[in-house]
Write a protein that binds this ligand. Sequence first.
Ligand SMILES: *Cc1c(COP(=O)(O)O)cnc(C)c1O
Length: 409
Amino acid sequence: MITVNENFLKLQAGYLFPEIGRRLRAFIAANPDADIIKMGIGDVTQPLAPSVIEAMHKAVDEMATKDTFRGYDDGGVGYEFLREAIRQHDYKVRGVDIELDEIFVSDGAKPDTANMQEIFGTDNIVAVADPVYPVYIDTNVMAGRTGCAREGGGYEGVIYMPCMEENGFVPALPTEPVDMIYLCYPNNPTGAVATKEQLKIWVDYAKENKAVILYDSAYEAFIRDETIPHSIYEVEGAKEVAIEFRSFSKTAGFTGIRCAYSIVPKALKAYKTDGAAVDVNPLWARRHCTKFNGVSYVTQRAAEAVYSEQGRAQVQQTIDLYMNNAMTVSQSLSDLGYTVYGGSNSPYIWLKTPNGMTSWEFFDHLLEKANIVGTPGSGFGSAGEGYFRLTAFAQPENVKMAMKRFASI
Ligand SMILES: *Cc1c(COP(=O)(O)O)cnc(C)c1O
């Protein structure tokens, strides 16, 4: 008899985006002429940089010729040309030394943040921020690292760390012992950033408690404040306790192209139940090369082009466009009397719902009165109740129009 992995049965049904879709369809059916502005989903809207397109065309041509054709990327960890560019432009320039064999190129930070847990024991205690990017939790549910779904949201056995106005949306250290700590800065959904001092508290905690930090830095390209670290490795000692996830998705509009990477430092240790220390880097190398066979050559050339002088300038232009949108939203909403967070080092604006409305009440209100779609904060966790996420991934003229409508409701 074939049995199922019953951990999957613990998963709560994907609620947030299906429910948004359902309410939107119902609204459109009743109001077929409404001109809807979408500021809900975290996907980019601008085309790829010309340098990236050019590199892809060239790589396609190479694949068409016997002499320059490429098959498997040896080992699937990424071509050296790309890992060298990552090492130089993402780390060396910020004073961080990363070795080539600490870089694992992949098809996404979603799969990487989802898969990394496999190399750690199933009895580890998982800590996540609340609100949170749901991938970190759901993949640990599938792996059996949690109990059942709780009434009112969340899972038994997971430590939820509330991120609120009072702590600047950076969680306090947990009071009970935890082993796997997921942090994401700049944050999705709150748009908050963590300072070096705040990250150091976490690094020190992880060292003292022999925990690992899984640091999702998918939005680092949106940081404008020069004092904010782009990498957790800018904190001294972080290589002993942290894995970092990066992606070309939001940085360079690769959500449909697919390229990302993880850094698994050689200094990082995890432990056997008898207390013996084990190197984590070779475990991930084994996992990655067993279950993954590399990112396409054309895509890796595209990613490399993001680091060329022209590529960097072009990608920056697109990020500036999104960040101008974010500024427009923050400024306009503040002027209208809303309390807004995020938006200055991140493409997300996290606003407090007015008049004590719940997140879903505000969703309906905004859709009906202004024909704008956003994301209810409560969909990311119970601490998100009373908040609402707007994204800067939109056309500037739509953002301006949306702000006019906000002013009239
Ligand atoms: C968009 C996003 C990613 C990127 O995922 P990819 O699989 O690389 O497209 C990672 N983490 C967070 C929190 C995100 O919002």
